[in-house]
Design a binder for this molecule. Sequence first.
Ligand code: NAD
Length: 358
Amino acid sequence: MRFEHETLPQRVRFAPGDAAASVLAEVERLGGSRVMVIAAPGESDLAAQVTAGLPVVLRHDDVVMHVPVATAERARAAAAAHDVDVMVSVGGGSTTGLAKAVALTTGLPVVAVPTTYAGSEATSVWGLTEGARKTTGADPRVLPRAVVYDATLTLSLPVAMSVASGLNALAHCVDSLWAPRTDPIAQALAGEGIRALAAGLPTVVTDPIGLTGREHLLYGAYLAALAFSSAGSGLHHKICHVLGGAYDLPHAQTHAVVLPYVLAFNAPAAPEAERRMATAFDAPTAVEGLRRLRRAVDAPLALRDHGFDEAHIDDAVRAILEVVPAGNPRRVTAQNLRRLLRAASRGADPATVAAMGG
Ligand code: NAD
C-alpha cells in the first residue's frame, strides 16, 4: 500500500444547540476583535442567534450562488473599510463560498457555521463566476480555520432542500472513490459518509424537526467533504461544474439528479468502489442502494425540472469532454456523455446508462 494523503489543518466542533458558545471560543482563539458576519438574508436569523456575543463590526448579506466576481469584490471592499480581523460565515455553500472569496485575497481567517450539507467549509476549494464561466481553484488561505456544526441550525432547511443538499454530500462520497487523487483514507471517509447520509436522509424526511437525522447528515456531509477535498473532482463533479456554471442550474439539485447516472455509468468498471458503496448502502449493489434511497426521499428526478434545456446538450458535452479526469474508470466519449445528459435531463432510468457502449 503506497500513497500520499494530505490532512488539512482545521478545528471542528460538533455542538448541537450550542453554536454561539463554540463560535465565540473559536473567534477568541483567533484573537478576533472586529468580526464580519456573512449570512444571506434568509440566514440572518440563524446568524443573529449564533453571533450575538461577538464583537461584530459588520453584517454582510450580499450573497449570490456561485460567487460572482463583483459580489466578491464588494465583500472584500466592505471588509477592508471596516478593518475586519475575523469572518464568521453562517449559511449554506454560497455563504461559505463568499467568505472564502474574501479570504482568498485578504488572508482573513474564517470561522464557518454551515446550515446546509454542501460541505464547502471543509475544503480549500474556492469558486468564482464571471459571466457564464465558473472558475475554481484550491488555496490553503480559503480553508476555514474552524467549523462549528450545530444541527439545530439546519432544522429550518425545507425537506426538499435538505434532500437535495444531502444528496450533494453523497455525491462527494461517491465521486471521491474514483477521483484523480483517491486513496485508502479518502475511500474510508467516503464509505462512512455514505453510511451516515443513507441513514440520515430518510430520517429527515420522516422526522424533519427531529435532530437525529440532521446530525447524521451534518456528520456525513463533513466526512464527504474531507473525502472530496482529498480525492479531488471526479467525472460527476466535472459534469455538474460545467452544467451549474454555464446554465445557472441550482447546485444541490443538479448534483442530486446527475449522481445516479454517473454511478450507473462508472460502477460496472469500478468493482472495488462498487462493493464499498453497496456495503455502505446495505444493498445488493451500489446502483440499487442509491435507487432505494432516492425513492425513499423523493429525490429530484430530472435536470429539465431545474431549468436545463436539452438544446444545450451538445455544447455541454464539448465542455465536459475537455475536463474529464484522465483516470475515470470508464472511457467517456461524446456519444455516451450525450446519452447520459439526455437521460439525466429527462429523468430516465439510470440503468439505460449502465448498459451503453462508447
Ligand atoms: P445555498 O448556500 O445557495 O443555499 C440554498 C438556499 O438555502 C439559500 O437561499 C439559503 O439562504 C438557504 N438556506 C441555507 N441554510 C438554510 C437553513 N438552515 N434554513 C433555511 N434556509 C437555508 O446552497 P448550497 O447547496 O448549500 O451551496 C451551493 C454553493 O456552494 C454552490 O455555489 C457550490 O458551488 C458551493 N459549494 C462549494 C464547495 C467547495 O468545496 N468549494 C462544495 C460544495 C458546494
